[in-house]
Design a protein around this ligand. Structure first.
Ligand code: FAD
Length: 473
C-alpha cells in the first residue's frame, strides 16, 4: 500500500518523540499528532507563579534522560540542550538539623555513616560496575539477558522490599531513612515486593552519572528532541486530540503514546473483547499533589548539604516514611507525607529573576484524591528549613484532577502511566511477548505504560519503534 506516512505517532511525550525520532532516523516518513498546544506531555516548563519564574510542571530531574541508552545517542546538545549537574545529586535531612548526602563519589557518601560504610559500598558498587551489562534488560522489555549472572545478582536485591533490604544491610536508622528516600520514588509501599528496585537504580545513577537537569527547564529537553526530529524532516501537529483512527492520515502504523484507559477509548482500533478486557484490568498507581513556589531567597535549610543538593527527600523516620507510602495505597489520610523536592535555581539562574528562586515538590496521594496537601508539604519542609514559608512569594498547586486535566495520561494523578508493582514492572500493559504491539497489526503503544515504565528515558518509544521496524519495514 502506498501510504502517505509510514508511521503516525499520537502524543508528543518523551516516549512519543523517541519513537518518532528513531523511525525518522531510519528514513521513514513520520508525523506526530498532539492534543495540547505545546509538546512534551509531562515534561513542560511554564511560568505558573509569577512572571520570570520557570517551573517544571511534571518531570524535573532527568538522570534517566541523561543515561538512557537511546537518548544519550542523540545530538541534543547541538539542538540547544545544556545539562546542569548540581554539586550534590540528592540529600536527606533529619529532625536534628543533620543530613546525609548522596555525593557522586560513593566513598564520600558511604563514609558519612562509618558503621554502614562497608555495607553501603557492597550494595551499590556491583550495580554501578555491572550497569553497562544490565541496563538494556532493566530499561527494556523482558528478554533473555546477555549477562544472566549479573542480572540475577541485581534481581536478588531489587525484588525485595525496601524495608527488608535496609534492615538486612544497614545498622543506623539514618542510613535506612536515606535509602527509603530514593526507594519511595517507586510510589509503592516500602514494605512491598520490588520497592527497593527504584532506590537501587536511582542511587546507582547518582553515583555513576549524577542527577542532572536541563538548563532553562525540563521543557528544553523536549525542545531539543523536537528540533532534532524536525531537522530530519519530521512533522508535528498541535491541538489535535485524536478520538478515532480515522482522524489521522492513512499510515502503515499508528503508535500511541497513551495509557491503556485512553487507548481503549480510541475508536476504530478493532481490538477484540479479550484484549479490551485484559487492558481494562490495568492498574493505575498512587497520584501526586504537586507544588511549585516562587521564592525570595534560597530555601533556608539547616544543613549545608541540602543547600548544595539538586533534590531533597523529606521524611523524618523509617516509620513515618512507611506510613506515608502505605497510606497512598490504602486510601487513608496522612499528616506527614514523604516529600520529593527539587531546587533548580540554586544551580540554574535562568529559572528565576535575579536573586530570586524556585522550588518544585510533590507528595504521593491516593489515586484520584483531590484533597489539598499545601499545609502538610510546607510543614515537612519547615522542619528542615525553618523560615521557608517566609520566603514564599507565590505558589502554584495541582491536585490529581488538575494534573489529569493538564495531561490526560496522568490518570488519577498517576505520574508513571500505571502502577509499577511487581505484576506490572516488566509486563506492562499486559503480559505478552511484545508489550508494544496490539491485536491490530497496525496499532502500537509506546507510553510509560509499557516497559520500562515511568521516567524520561524514551525507552518505551524506542522499543515500540524497533517493533514497528521489525513488523513492517
Ligand atoms: C509531577 C510529575 C513529576 C515527575 N517527575 C519526574 C522526574 O523528575 N524525572 C523523571 O524522569 N520523570 C518524572 N516524571 C515522569 C515522567 O514525566 C513521565 O514518565 C514521562 O513524561 C512519560 O512520558 P510519555 O511519553 O510516556 O507520556 P507523556 O509525557 O504523558 O506524554 C503523552 C502525550 O500524549 C498526549 N495525548 C494524550 N491523549 C492524546 C490524544 N487523544 N490525542 C493526541 N495526544 C494525546 C498528551 O497530551 C501528552 O503530550 C514526573 C511526572 C509528573 C507528572
Amino acid at each position: 500500500m502506498d501510504n502517505k506516512y509510514d508511521a503516525i505517532i499520537i502524543g508528543s511525550g518523551s516516549n512519543g518523540l523517541s519513537a518518532a525520532i528513531h523511525l525518522q532516523q531510519k528514513g521513514l516518513r513520520t508525523a506526530v499528532f498532539e492534543q495540547a498546544s505545546i509538546p512534551g506531555g509531562a515534561t513542560k516548563t511554564l511560568e505558573v507563579t509569577l512572571p520570570g519564574f520557570k517551573h517544571d510542571i511534571g518531570s524535573a530531574i532527568l538522570p534517566l534522560g541523561y543515561a538512557s541508552p537511546f537518548l544519550r545517542t542523540l545530538p541534543l546538545e547541538e539542538h540547544g540542550l545544556e545539562w546542569i549537574f548540581p554539586d550534590i545529586p540528592y540529600s536527606h535531612p533529619f529532625a536534628d538539623g543533620s543530613a546525609l548526602a548522596c555525593y557522586k563519589d560513593i566513598n564520600m557518601t558511604a563514609d558519612q555513616v562509618p558503621e554502614d560504610a562497608k555495607a553501603y559500598k557492597s550494595l551499590f558498587e556491583p550495580i554501578i560496575n555491572d550497569w553497562p551489562h544490565i541496563e538494556n534488560n532493566l530499561l527494556g522489555p523482558l528478554k533473555w539477558p546477555k549477562h544472566p549472572l549479573k542480572l540475577s545478582k541485581f534481581g536478588l536485591k531489587a525484588f525485595t522490599s525496601a524495608h527488608s533490604l535496609v534492615n538486612h544491610y544497614f545498622k543506623n536508622e539514618k542510613t535506612k531513612v536515606f535509602f527509603y528516600g530514593s526507594a519511595a520514588h517507586s510510589t509503592l509501599p516500602l514494605t512491598g515486593v520490588a520497592s527497593s528496585s527504584f532506590g537501587l537504580v536511582l542511587t546507582a545513577m547518582a553515583h555513576k552519572y549524577g542527577w542532572p537537569f536541563p538548563k532553562g527547564g525540563a521543557g528544553k529537553f523536549i525542545e531539543a528532541m523536537l528540533s532534532y526530529y524536525k531537522s530530519m524532516g519530521g512533522e508535528i501537529n498541535f491541538n489535535q486530540k485524536i478520538t478515532h483512527i480515522e482522524d489521522l492520515p492513512e499510515a502503515t502504523s499508528y503508535i500511541f503514546d497513551l495509557t491503556p484507559k485512553q487507548l481503549l477509548e480510541i475508536k476504530g482500533t478493532n481490538f477484540p473483547d479479550l484484549y479490551r478486557k485484559r487492558m481494562g484490568n490495568y492498574k493505575y498507581g498512587a497520584g501526586v499533589f504537586k507544588m511549585d513556589w516562587a521564592l525570595s531567597e534560597p530555601i533556608p535549610w539547616l544543613s549545608e548539604k541540602c543547600k548544595k543538593s539538586g533534590t531533597v527527600h523529606l521524611g523524618y523516620s523509617q516509620e513515618e516514611l512507611e506510613r506515608s507510602e502505605n497510606s497512598t495505597h490504602y486510601h487513608s489520610t496522612n499528616k506527614n507525607p514523604y516529600v520529593l523536592l527539587a531546587q533548580h535555581s540554586i544551580f540554574d539562574p535562568t529559572r528565576a529573576p535575579e536573586n530570586k528562586h524556585t522550588a518544585w515538590a510533590y507528595c504521593h496521594v491516593p489515586n484520584g484524591n483531590t484533597r489539598d496537601y499545601i499545609a502538610e508539604i510546607e510543614a515537612q519542609i519547615e522542619k528542615a528549613a525553618p523560615g521557608f514559608k517566609e520566603c514564599i512569594l507565590a505558589r502554584s498547586t495541582m491536585n490529581t484532577q488538575a494534573l489529569e486535566n493538564f495531561n490526560p495520561n496522568l490518570v488519577g494523578g498517576d505520574i508513571n502511566g500505571g502502577s509499577q508493582d511487581i505484576t506490572q514492572l516488566f509486563t506492562r500493559p499486559i503480559t505478552k511477548f511484545s508489550p508494544y504491539s496490539t491485536p491490530n497489526p497496525r496499532v502500537y503503544i509506546c507510553s510509560s505504560s509499557t516497559p520500562p515504565g515511568g521516567g524520561v528515558h524514551g525507552m518505551g518509544g524506542y522499543s515500540a519503534a524497533e517493533k514497528v521496524l521489525r513488523d513492517h519495514f
